[in-house]
Design a protein around this ligand. Structure first.
Ligand SMILES: Cc1ncc(C[n+]2csc(CCOP(=O)(O)OP(=O)(O)O)c2C)c(N)n1
Length: 738
C-alpha cells in the first residue's frame, strides 16, 4: 500500500474497521428516539454520504488517468447531507465547495433527477453538464435552488445575505418577479478559514446590521469547521470564541461526525431562523480527509500520526456505527450498500468521461450575456400615476435642468415603471445622497424601496446580487468611484460571472450608479476625483455608461434599466460629479448645458453615440467631462483651423459600435480621442486600437488622456487632465501634422 495514497487507505479503512468492529465512538449518547427524523431518513442521509465519498475516490482515480478535472472533494464533510435532508429545496442554498453529499441528499426531494450523473459531468467539464455546460466544476442546480459558486472563498456570503433580506421584502412588496417562497430561508455554507475573509465579515456584519435596523434576514450561516485552511490550522476555539456571542447572530454548535447530533441541532437552528427571521450561525465541527485538494500532500505539513488519527474519525465510520446501533442497517447491509454505490458511481463516471466538452470560443462565450430572461418590460406608467408621484414637480418637467435634477426625475419614472427596483447605498434615503440625486425618492417610495446601507461597498454590491436572485432589480449607489475598488470582487468575480457559470440560468441584473471622475476644484483630492475606469474595461458582458449631460443620462438610464430587466445585464452607470450641476457651456448663464427632461419613451440605445457638428476637418471622440470640454473648445478650434469639425460623444464605453463610429468619422481621417481617465489602460487606448484595426482608410489618431497621476487637492486639481487649452493645442497639431 502506498502511504501517500490516503484515498486507498481511507477506502479500505471503511470495510476493515467495520468488519473488525472497531468503529469510532462519539461523546454524545444519542439514539433514533432522540431525533425527529425516522430510520429511512437516516439511511437516505447515509447513502448520500457514501455516494459523495465514492465520487471523490473515483474522481481521484480518473484525475490520475487525465480523464477528469477533479480539484476539490467533500470527504470528511459528508454530514452536510443532513442539511440536504432537513432544509426543503425551497430554501435557496449558497454552498461551500465540499457539499457533494448535501447536493445528492437534496436532489432526493425531487423526483426524476440525475444528480450523480449531473455531478459527474461537472467533474468532467462536459458540455452536457446542466449547470455550467462544461465551464467549471461547480455544485449547482436551478431545479434544486442551488446557484453555482465561484472558487473565491467567502465571496458568496454577502450575496447570500442580500437574498435572505429579499425574501420578506419581496413578500411585503408583493413583486410579481419574486422567485423564492414566502417563509423560506437562505442556507450559506463555508469553511472555517474562510470566516476570516473580509467578504465573510462583511456578510455577517451586514446581516446583523440589517436585523438590528429592523429588517428581516432569515439566513443560516453554516461553518463546516475541519480545522484547516489548506495547511494553516485554525486557532483552537477560534470559531466559537468569535461567533458564539454576537448580537443578532444566534450561535449553534454540532458535532459533524455524529449525524444524530447534527440532525438535532440543525432542526433547532432551522426552527429559530424560520420563526424569528434572524441570522443564525451553525458551527459544525468535522474533519477533512485526503487533504485540501487533489494536489495537496498533507504529509508535508502534518505528521502521519495526525493524519491517521483524523482518518479514524471518518464521519462515514461514525454514521455506520449509529445505523448499526439503532438497528437501521446491519454490518452486512452497510458493506453491500458501500460496494453497490461504488459500482454505481464507477459506471456513471465512466459514462461521463465519454461525453463531449466545449471546444470553441464561441461556445465558451455563449453564456456571458443572457438574453430575454423576461419576455417584456413593464409598460410605461400612465400620466395620472406620474403626476401623483412627481407632485409639484410634474409641471416643471418641461423646464430645462442640469444632470443631477434630470437623473433624479429618471429614477422616479423608473421606480414607477419597474416596481421591483430598489434604490440603496450610503446616505441615499433621507439625505438623498451626497449630491441629492436620490432626493425625495425615500418620501415617495418609502423605506421599503429606498434605504441606507451600512458603510461597506462589498456589502452593497453583494446585497444587490443577492436581491437579484429573488426577482428584484437593484439600483445600488456607490458614493464615489474610488470606493468601488473596495468591492471589486463582488462585481468582477461574482456578479459578472454568474450567467457564464450557470449557462444563463442564474442572473443578477443590477444598475450600479457611481458618482465619479475628476474636474472638481477645491473638493476631495484624489479619492473624490478618481479618474480611472480601467477596472470596468476587462469585465466580459458588463455594460458601462458614462453620460455627459442630463438628457442623455436619462435616455441611457432607461436603456440600462430595460437591458437589465429583460436581459439580466449588469450595468455600471458612471455619473461625472463635476457635470451634475453644470448649466452653461460657453459662457455664464448661456444655459446651454441645461436640458429638457426627455419624453418618457425616449432612449439612447446601447452602442448609440451622439454627434455634434458635421465638419470633416477633424473628429474628436470623447465622453463625460472630456466631451464637455471638447465642445467648449470646438468653436476656437474651428476658428483657428478655419474649418468645421465634429465631436462624438461615445456615451457607452462598452458595447462600442465601431463600424458606425468609423462611418461617422467618414472622410475625416484625423481623430483626436480625449479621455479624462489616466492614460494607462483607459478606454481611449482601447478605442484607438479598435479604430486602427477596423478602419479601412489611412487614419491618424491621437490619444490625449490624463497623466498617469493621482489628483491633488487645490489649485493643481485639474493640472493632470485634458482641458480647454490642451484640447485646442492637440487638435491644431493633429490637423496640421497628422
Ligand atoms: C479569496 C481567496 N483566497 C485564496 C483562495 C485559495 N484557497 C482555496 S480554498 C482555501 C482554504 C479554505 O479553507 P476553509 O475555509 O477552512 O475551507 P476548507 O477547504 O478547509 O473546507 C484557500 C486559501 C481562494 N479560493 N479564494
Amino acid at each position: 500500500m502506498n502511504l501517500f495514497n490516503r484515498a486507498e487507505i481511507i477506502d479500505q479503512n471503511f470495510s476493515n474497521l467495520l468488519n473488525n468492529n472497531t468503529l469510532p465512538q462519539s461523546d454524545k449518547e444519542l439514539s433514533l428516539s432522540d431525533i425527529s427524523l425516522g430510520a429511512n431518513d437516516l439511511i437516505s442521509i447515509f447513502e448520500s454520504q457514501i455516494f459523495s465519498r465514492h465520487m471523490d475516490l473515483k474522481a481521484r482515480d480518473l484525475k490520475e488517468k487525465g480523464q477528469c478535472f477533479y480539484t476539490i472533494g467533500s470527504s470528511g464533510h459528508e454530514s452536510n447531507a443532513v442539511f440536504g435532508n432537513i432544509f426543503p429545496f425551497s430554501d435557496i442554498a449558497f454552498l461551500h465547495y465540499r457539499s457533494g453529499a448535501f447536493f445528492i441528499e437534496r436532489s432526493k426531494q425531487l423526483d426524476g433527477g440525475t444528480p450523480l450523473y449531473d455531478m459527474a459531468l461537472s467533474f468532467m467539464a462536459s458540455s452536457d453538464d446542466p449547470i455550467s455546460g462544461g465551464r467549471h466544476k461547480v455544485i449547482g442546480s436551478k431545479k434544486l435552488n442551488i446557484p453555482p459558486q465561484t472558487s473565491t472563498i467567502a465571496s458568496h456570503i454577502p450575496k447570500a445575505v442580500g437574498t435572505a433580506f429579499s425574501i420578506d421584502r419581496a413578500r411585503d412588496l408583493d413583486i410579481k418577479e419574486r422567485e423564492l417562497e414566502k417563509n423560506s430561508i437562505v442556507i450559506c455554507s463555508f469553511g472555517d478559514a474562510s470566516v476570516n475573509h473580509a467578504s465573510a465579515l462583511s456578510g455577517f456584519n451586514t446581516a446583523r446590521w440589517v436585523k438590528s435596523s429592523g429588517g428581516n434576514v432569515p439566513i443560516i450561516f453554516i461553518c463546516e469547521d475541519n480545522g484547516y485552511g489548506i495547511s494553516v490550522p485554525t486557532p483552537r476555539d477560534w470559531i466559537s470564541n468569535t461567533f458564539s456571542n454576537q448580537e443578532n447572530l444566534k450561535y449553534f454548535y454540532c458535532d459533524g461526525l455524529n449525524m444524530l447530533d447534527t440532525i438535532n441541532v440543525t432542526k433547532e437552528a432551522e426552527d429559530y431562523c424560520r420563526l424569528t427571521r434572524s441570522p443564525v450561525f451553525l458551527h459544525m465541527k468535522t474533519v477533512r480527509l485526503m487533504g485540501h485538494a487533489g494536489s495537496d500532500i498533507e504529509s508535508s505539513y502534518l505528521s502521519i500520526g495526525q493524519i491517521e488519527k483524523t482518518e479514524k474519525n471518518d464521519p462515514l465510520l461514525h454514521s455506520a456505527r449509529i445505523l448499526i446501533e439503532n438497528n437501521c442497517l446491519s454490518k452486512d447491509d452497510i458493506l453491500k450498500l458501500y460496494e453497490k454505490s461504488r459500482n454505481r458511481i464507477h459506471s456513471i463516471f465512466e459514462k461521463a468521461t465519454t461525453k463531449p466538452r466545449i471546444t470553441e470560443s464561441s461556445e465558451v462565450m455563449d453564456t456571458i450575456i443572457s438574453k430575454d430572461i423576461k419576455t417584456d418590460n413593464p409598460s410605461i406608467p400612465n400620466e395620472k400615476i406620474r403626476a401623483s408621484i412627481f407632485g409639484k414637480e410634474y409641471k416643471r418637467l418641461d423646464q430645462p435642468g442640469h444632470m443631477a435634477k434630470l437623473i433624479n426625475y429618471a429614477l422616479k419614472d423608473i421606480m414607477i415603471q419597474y416596481e421591483n427596483t430598489l434604490v440603496f447605498g450610503e446616505d441615499v434615503a433621507q439625505k438623498g445622497g451626497v449630491y441629492h440625486i436620490t432626493a425625495d425618492l425615500y418620501e415617495k417610495f418609502t423605506i421599503r424601496r429606498v434605504f441606507n446601507s451600512p458603510l461597506d461597498e462589498t456589502s452593497i454590491i453583494g446585497f444587490a446580487s443577492g436581491l437579484a436572485h429573488n426577482g428584484f432589480l437593484p439600483i445600488p449607489e456607490i458614493q464615489f468611484l474610488a470606493y468601488l475598488h473596495n468591492a471589486e470582487d463582488q462585481l468582477r468575480g461574482e456578479a459578472a460571472t454568474l450567467s457564464f457559470f450557470s449557462q444563463g440560468e442564474y442572473t443578477n441584473p443590477m444598475i450600479i450608479r457611481i458618482a465619479g471622475l475628476a474636474y472638481q476644484k477645491g473638493f476631495g483630492g484624489h479619492f473624490h476625483n478618481d479618474n480611472s475606469l480601467t477596472i470596468f474595461r476587462d469585465i466580459p458582458g458588463l455594460i458601462l455608461a458614462c453620460p455627459s449631460n442630463g438628457a442623455d443620462a436619462v435616455r441611457m438610464l432607461r436603456t440600462a434599466t430595460r437591458q437589465s430587466y429583460k436581459n439580466g445585464r449588469i450595468v455600471v452607470f458612471v455619473e461625472p460629479i463635476a457635470l451634475y450641476m453644470v448649466k452653461d457651456l460657453h459662457k455664464s448663464r448661456d444655459n446651454k448645458w441645461c436640458f429638457k427632461y426627455p419624453d418618457n419613451k425616449e432612449e439612447l440605445q446601447l452602442g448609440e453615440f451622439v454627434t455634434y457638428g458635421r465638419g470633416r476637418a477633424l473628429t474628436i471622440i470623447s465622453y463625460g467631462n472630456g466631451l464637455y470640454h471638447s465642445l467648449k473648445a470646438q468653436p476656437e478650434i474651428e476658428k483657428q483651423i478655419k474649418k468645421k469639425i465634429k465631436v462624438i460623444d461615445l456615451c457607452w464605453l462598452s458595447d462600442i459600435d465601431i463600424d458606425s463610429i468609423i462611418k461617422e468619422i467618414g472622410k475625416s481621417n484625423k481623430v483626436l480621442i480625449i479621455d479624462e481617465c489616466r492614460s494607462s489602460g483607459c478606454h481611449g487606448e482601447g478605442l484607438m486600437a479598435l479604430l486602427y484595426e477596423n478602419s479601412k482608410n489611412n487614419i491618424s489618431i491621437k490619444l490625449h488622456a490624463a497623466e498617469d497621476s493621482f489628483i491633488p487637492l487645490g489649485e493643481a486639481a485639474t493640472s493632470t487632465l485634458p482641458n480647454y487649452n490642451t484640447i485646442i493645442h492637440h487638435a491644431i497639431e493633429l490637423h496640421k501634422n497628422g
